[in-house]
Ligand binder design. Structure first.
Ligand code: BGC
Length: 618
């Protein structure tokens, strides 16, 4: 080796040694690119198993810090960023209300700032960020919006549901969240319930199958940067209250609950679901939030669920305060003024012995376990490179496939389908045909949904215009006579609603589960001797539409298809055939609905218009 080479090598060696020293100074002795006090100051052994680390962390925690971990707040009104440090907040929710920032990078920025605050606390335990991404990242304008679960149930396609959940997870992470409050695995017994569409099906078996797929899609390898923790909700009986009332009383026996409602939860636990949300309902007068036998004894002890039991909205002040902690609820949605009530209430209860330290430790252990599984101690921040994937075309193609496969053909006569692409004149009627807000239902951009268009989505009309080669005329309010049309496509349905507002309560039935008079008239006024009538129903549940089915040559249940309305046209015009099958039996009359509840649910004498699993092809 000549001298010059030797000197050059020496220079390089010195340079690398100095670089190494600096990087050690910058990132500390542990392998983390940022400093988390549990490792840096408190010597928690990062190479030990996470259960061992959790024990070490719990032994370091004060009561205030433990209660903080059990607290979830809303990112705007309930907190300022000092609360994260002063009140040791463990998780943050975004739901309706002010946006966290400008665009996805702005959202990530807001959550990054809050996360940095959490990392600055004495122990530096990272935050969970939760959102109701229930049919896509539906709180973000521009995300891919899938059909609501009732439509996904109609596809009967677990592989598609897994892919859709994986896309939702990625777009959810891209906007800064690591936790979704989905899937809803209710078994709706009564269509008066305003959340029927959030659930897959009235069938326990189908729901169990699809729940597995959904959780696999959301959680995948949970520590990856593009997956999120899933939540099976609402435990239990959310869809089987008397008269379909949100948060009502359930009149089922424990045996019925165990046969009809528990199997999807067993499946969710088997798939390793990270969290389970408790229902607003009550059983024999006991709020589910305070139902120790079902939460602690059944879900946790008998079924072996080791994840987080999360309360629903303001669960603490609504359902018995510390009783719900003793019943097994681990993490509290302490929103809308509940933050101090919860933190001081639980602290006094522990001091007075009303709640045991061991219960608190169990709750904190479950929360920390999920934070470890999510890899938050290694990777607490969202990945900015995911932003460019939001709403991208490969995601929309899967959503479009879901729309196509969710359509259920209930009636077909006279070979009206598929519509010939070169058909001379097509008239499209109904405001639902050209409004992506209306076609998406509740939990889309706003809690109760919106009645306007939103970004980057395609309406049913736009889809028809893309495919049809002849004249397409749009008459949103059925104002004109169209007897010169070859085909009239009438799009009718419900306007968006979500929990509470969508209930049709007993006694004051707003519309007895029928179409509005206006929409009934859209169908009847389209009937003429020259044109074929195809009716498309946009709805979150089966409705009593026997008369409109009779008046139409073809009738399609399209549920709430989401952002890719053009999937509908692809099936109408024969690019794909119908494959969707009913996820609910379809009522003939109001009496059918009444009979669905309770012991008559499987009563063979209560014949619906179409049975569960029905669906035609052309
Ligand atoms: C709903 C839950 C939802 C939560 C957070 C509640 O009112 O029942 O399904 O996850 O709000 O938005």
């Amino acid at each position: 080796m000549n001298r010059l080479n030797y000197n050059a090598k020496l220079v390089w060696l010195c340079f690398f040694t100095i670089l190494l020293m600096f990087s050690n100074l910058l990132i500390g002795k542990n392998k983390h690119p940022f400093q988390i006090p549990i490792y840096d100051k408190f010597q928690v052994d990062s190479s030990a198993s996470y259960e061992v680390q959790i024990n070490q962390i719990i032994s370091l925690m004060s009561l205030d810090e433990k209660i903080g971990q059990m607290t979830q707040v809303r990112h705007f009104d309930d907190i300022n960023s000092n609360d994260v440090t002063d009140k040791f907040i463990g998780s943050v929710i975004h739901t309706q209300g002010p946006s966290p920032g400008e665009g996805a990078m702005g959202w990530q920025g807001k959550f990054k700032r809050l996360q940095s605050k959490a990392l600055e606390t004495r122990l530096g335990i990272p935050l969970l960020f939760a959102v109701d991404a229930i049919h896509g990242q539906n709180t973000y304008n521009g995300a891919t919006i899938f059909p609501h679960n009732i439509g996904m149930g109609a596809t009967h396609n677990p592989r598609l549901i897994e892919k859709s959940a994986a896309i939702t997870a990625l777009e959810t992470q891209a906007t800064g969240f690591n936790w979704t409050f989905s899937p809803c695995i209710a078994i709706p017994y009564n269509e008066k319930w305003g959340r029927v569409y959030e659930a897959y099906s009235e069938s326990t078996d189908l729901t169990s199958k699809l729940v597995s797929a959904s959780i696999r899609g959301y959680q995948g390898d949970l520590s990856a940067p593009h997956t999120v923790m899933a939540t099976a909700k609402h435990f239990i009986g959310d869809g089987s209250t008397d008269y379909g009332k949100e948060g009502g009383e359930i009149s089922l026996t424990m045996q019925e609950i165990s046969q009809r409602l528990l199997p999807p939860y067993k499946q969710a636990v088997k798939e390793g679901v990270g969290s389970i949300m408790v229902s607003f309902s009550s059983l024999s007068g006991i709020p589910l939030h305070a139902h120790k036998e079902l939460i602690m004894d059944t879900l946790k002890d008998a079924m072996g669920f080791d994840g987080i039991v999360v309360s629903d909205w303001k669960g603490y002040s609504r359902f018995g305060k510390n009783e719900i902690i003793n019943a097994g609820v681990d993490l509290i949605m302490a929103v809308d003024g509940d933050l101090n009530i919860f933190q001081s209430g639980l602290k006094s209860a522990v001091k007075s012995g009303q709640v045991n330290q061991s219960r608190i430790n169990d709750a904190v252990r479950r929360i920390l376990r999920q934070k470890f599984r999510l890899g938050l101690f290694q990777n607490p921040f969202p990945d900015p490179s995911l932003v460019s994937h939001i709403g991208k075309s490969s995601h929309r193609l899967i959503a479009k496939q879901a729309v196509r496969e969710s359509l259920v053909l209930l009636k077909h006569q006279g070979n009206v389908l598929p519509i010939k692409k070169d058909c001379k004149k097509i008239v499209v009627v109904g405001e639902h045909a050209d409004n992506v807000g209306l076609q998406s239902g509740g939990w889309t951009l706003a809690w109760q949904g919106v009645s306007e268009n939103y970004s980057r989505a395609t309406s049913i009309l736009e889809g028809i215009q893309k495919v049809a080669k002849g004249q397409v005329v749009y008459d949103p309010y059925a104002q004109y006579n169209h007897s010169d049309a070859d085909v009239i496509i009438v799009v009718v349905g419900e306007t968006p609603y979500a929990e509470f507002m969508g209930d049709i309560t007993n006694g004051e039935n707003k519309h007895q589960l029928t179409l509005s008079k206006k929409h009934q008239a859209y169908v009847s006024s389209s009937v003429n001797s020259e044109s074929k009538v195809i009716t498309i129903l946009i709805s979150g549940r089966p409705l009593i539409v026997s008369q409109q089915i009779e008046q139409s040559d073809a009738f399609i249940a399209a549920w709430l298809p989401g952002s890719e309305g053009d999937g509908v046209a692809e099936v109408l015009f024969g690019e794909y055939n119908f494959t969707g099958k009913l996820p609910h039996s379809w009522p003939k009359s109001f009496a059918n609905f009444e009979g669905k509840y309770g012991p008559n649910f499987w009563d063979e004498s209560n014949i619906p218009l179409f049975k569960y699993g029905y669906g035609l092809q052309y």
